[in-house]
Write a protein that binds this ligand. Sequence first.
Ligand code: B4P
Length: 197
Amino acid sequence: MFNLILFGPPGSGKGTQSDKIVEKFGLIHLSTGNLLREEIAAKTPLGLEAKNFMDKGQLVPDEVVIGMIDSCLVHHADAKGFLFDGFPHTVAQAEALDKLLALRKTSICRVIAVDVLEEELIKRLLLRGATSGRSDDTTEEVIRKRFLVYKNETEPVASYYEAQDKLERINGIGTVDEIFNVLSTCVEKEMSAQEGE
Ligand code: B4P
């Protein structure tokens, strides 16, 4: 199995690039942000609980998102591999993911971190908020809160994978196609290294 994590701050382009990577490489896209928004749109009890956290720029509790990922792994037991987008967001989620994958005799191959400066991220998110109506993108106050949470709770996930020698950083500023080309090269290199093992 080939399992990849796309890592980065809110608005760094994880969702945008994930759609293109899964199409090119035949992986299953697991986005906790999308899964949570589907629950919100369907007005499920889980969605209503999650909306409270997301609208304030906070993370949804670990046990909720870990449970969602576990059910997706069960549902796609025959997948060639997974692209995790927006997961893990905390070190506790990263540890849980390692355990879930070990139960399936597989592991994370590579974590690609997309680096973008905060001022560019704010511009992108406010623009998306104005056109999509996403409630966590509409005010700069909530967006800045999300960055603070990212620094405190999510950035340590990068060190967690760096210690496993799995982290690679790329520049996330440029056109969508330019960034996709860089990402594709990283994925191809990693896939051929895995085939050679
Ligand atoms: P997500 O849905 O995961 O994150 P996002 O804010 O959409 O960022 P992404 O990096 O995917 O940006 P995108 O491609 O869309 O999380 C939302 C919230 O859900 C979190 O704050 C949290 O509350 C909750 N959540 C999710 N996962 C969780 C977890 N595991 N644990 C706890 N809580 C969790 O790009 C952003 C914008 O930039 C788009 O408008 C796009 O068109 C534009 N863009 C993309 N690439 C560009 C480029 N190269 N140049 C210019 N613009 C670009």
